[in-house]
Design a protein around this ligand. Structure first.
Ligand code: SAM
Length: 285
């Protein structure tokens, strides 16, 4: 477990994932009834972008300037992106940043907590001891938030079905290991068995070496409607050439919202001339 999200916080992948997460949470909240938010790979909860390149023996180039950094001063974003951006700006300001650059960036747990209503609950899972300790501190004494220092793939068994009968599950693994897709597949089997009507969002990297499409096609989704929103960059020969989010049981109109998000991000972030956003159904409605 070498992965540290701090190096990547606020990069293009976080921007895509978090803008979609805001839409998903807002959709869950169209109904008054409570829901539980399960974050299987929660990270530390929030990030100081000034420290993004520290804490490692390797020299790192911060990734946020080509992600949230590109959006920071913009006033032309569509409502779906503006909602996310407003939330991040508010988080940054409340943490005391008065400079023109972003400094404090919310991770997925902080985004979920910022939007949660009094009736909603958060179940946060993080396996790395240091990250989990930071996550615990972040949410110390906050009501309706549980932090679990354990393997996040267990969360689908442990947290589903919830008392509320409604759940949004974010699966956001580091993809360090070759077997990540297998873990996702087994966890999704469990999720589908326990809460077939739940909404599941799975982040994945797009790379030439590991074509996500093959894995998406092979996912056992029990015929549930599923769509993917992807942002692809100029092929670089090796490494990551984009990323996507698979949404199982997508809420009403999320396809339109996701399209607006990926198109804007492809045009706005510094992703190269061939950058593309796409939204497509893997299992149609
Ligand atoms: C991509 S980061 C999460 C980022 C976070 N979801 C966000 O959007 O702010 C992946 C996290 O998963 C953690 N991790 C790795 N393997 C795990 C496992 N099996 N169970 C839970 N957490 C794990 C890593 O320590 C890392 O903090």
């Amino acid at each position: 477990m070498n992965y540290r999200h701090a190096f990547h916080a606020g990069n293009f992948a976080d921007v895509l994932k978090h803008a979609l997460l805001v839409r998903l949470i807002r959709s869950m909240q169209r109904k008054e009834t409570p829901f539980v938010y399960v974050d299987s790979h929660a990270g530390r909860g929030s990030y100081d972008l000034e420290a993004a390149g520290e804490g490692d023996s390797r020299a790192r180039t911060p990734e946020w300037p080509e992600g949230i950094g590109r959006l920071w001063g913009r006033t032309d974003s569509p409502p779906e992106v503006a909602d996310y951006l407003g939330l991040v700006r508010d988080f940054d300001l409340r943490h005391g940043n008065l400079t023109p650059q972003p400094r404090f960036y919310p991770g997925s747990p902080r985004i979920a907590k910022a939007l949660a209503r009094p009736q909603d609950r958060l179940e946060l899972w993080e396996k790395h001891p240091e990250e989990c300790s930071a996550l615990r501190d972040e949410f110390y004494a906050e009501r309706r938030v549980s932090v679990h220092p354990a393997d996040g793939y267990v969360s689908l068994r442990a947290c589903l079905p919830p008392l509320e009968r409604r759940a949004l599950v974010l699966i956001d693994p580091p993809f360090e290991s070759q077997s990540e897709w297998e873990h996702i597949n087994s966890a999704m089997d469990e999720g589908m068995r326990r809460l077939p009507g739940g909404t599941y969002a799975i982040w994945y990297p797009v790379s030439e070496r590991v074509p996500a499409k093959d894995y998406l096609d092979a996912l056992r989704l029990a015929g549930k409607p599923s769509l993917v929103a992807e942002l692809t960059l100029v092929p670089k020969g090796t490494g990551i050439s984009g990323c996507g989010v698979l949404i199982v049981n997508p809420p009403w109109k999320i396809d339109e919202e996701a399209r607006s998000i990926v198109n804007y991000l492809a045009a706005t972030l510094c992703l190269g001339q061939q950058a593309q956003g796409s939204v497509r159904w893997v299992v149609p409605k």
